[in-house]
Design a protein around this ligand. Sequence first.
Ligand code: AHR
Length: 504
Amino acid sequence: MHRFLAVVFVLSCSAQTPPARIKVDVDRTIGEVDPKLFGNFAEHLGRMIYGGIYEEGSPLSDKDAFRTDVMDAVKKLGVSILRYPGGNFSSGYDWKDGIGPKAQRPTRPELAWHDLESNRFGTDEFLKYCERIGAEPYICINAGLGTVDDARQWVEYTNESRHTYWADQRRKNGREEPYKVTYWGLGNEIDGPWQLGHKNAEDYSKFAVQAAHAMRLSDPSIKLVACGSSNYGADWIGWNRTVLTALRNQVDFIALHTYIGNRENDLERFLGSSQRIDHYIETTAGAIKAALTGINNPRPIYIAYDEWNVWYRAQNDQHLEEVYNFEDALAMGMFFNSFFRHADVVKMANLAQLVNVIAPIMTNKQGLFLQPIYFPIAEYGKQRGNVALRAWVSSPTYTLNREQLPYLDVSSSYSAKDRAVYVNVLNRSKSQDISARVENQQGALSSNVDVWQMNYPDLKATHTFGDDKKVVPSTRALQAAVDKNAFAYTFPAHSLTILKLHVE
Ligand code: AHR
């Protein structure tokens, strides 16, 4: 920051009135914080499945070859819904290779990530894993090289209760009861030229309408996710418009994907990526509205942000084993704040990915460690009300892409049952603590405030095996000096804070 500006900033911070204000009001609701916002993603890629959640012959694995140490960490992460099997992988995958006796499953070339696929982990293993971790399964069909009938038969295999060919194959493979998979993705990033079976919007829509129709005839209760655009350099809005118009009577969600990075080593720009995320959400929400206009009693369509994360250091040859630092942990709060602020339209979100591959959990043969991003992801799922509130924020700002961006990036939620208001605050300033007056509009604020915070002097601090206790959250019970239903709180520079307020 320029020296003069910094002096002005510090002076205003130290004045009587805090320079920032955050107002919460339990009457100003946005929408339900959908439990599916705390989803995750498991792709056949690098060491995500093999050596990640599944390792045959490991003393750390159970009888199903699930790594129990990993499963424990996954359960504590609070994964509500798990997307599978890809990603780019899905566009070349034949699900029939991954069922039945393991010795008879074929090894195939894996074209998306230039690997070999042994198929020793497949549909039954995935669905069993979901049941063990208590997550809803979400399967992405092959809309690249696959066929409509492959997709339909996959639904029959997992969901059919009558004695049909594929339901009986499932029984033969040890599962009597249908798995009842509700969420199905109609392909992955088909607008990307990198995708196997890449199509234009019209061709994709034609395929997806037919697949949706056939899959729903197999099970009318399923919910479908259209493949939204991920190719932001191209006409991504046009793609979404075409797909939404063609699929508006068929789908329940449209997917968005976003990866961010800090190549310029500019923290405030990096944490200002919320500009883009908000823009993608709001533009797509507009496209949904436009597509549903004029339709009698339309099927509501929501956004599934089914791939999101920081990803820019580890490229393909490293199997995407991104090492996350403290500033990346802050970015997790930024993503969730945006999802909460759009809780009326974003009804699913899946961090990409769960283990080893751009992931919060890293393994080797002997154990695992938790990356700094693990903690905010777990916390946002735990510390929240079921309803998002529209917080009013007045904060010092900085200029990014010609826009004034508040240093304090805020979201809020409310639990009527617990009479608790959660205020999630990311201070994006690299160097300035920001003092704020936190004001409550409805009900009397108790002086008991629970504080969860992540703050660390070194933005680039990382974890590794045997050293993962550094960049971790702290918690404390604060006795706030409540005055006129408000109190002052100072958010340290580059920090992420969740305040739990109790309202009587
Ligand atoms: O998550 C890694 C990859 O990123 C996924 O396979 C693909 O969908 C996206 O481009």
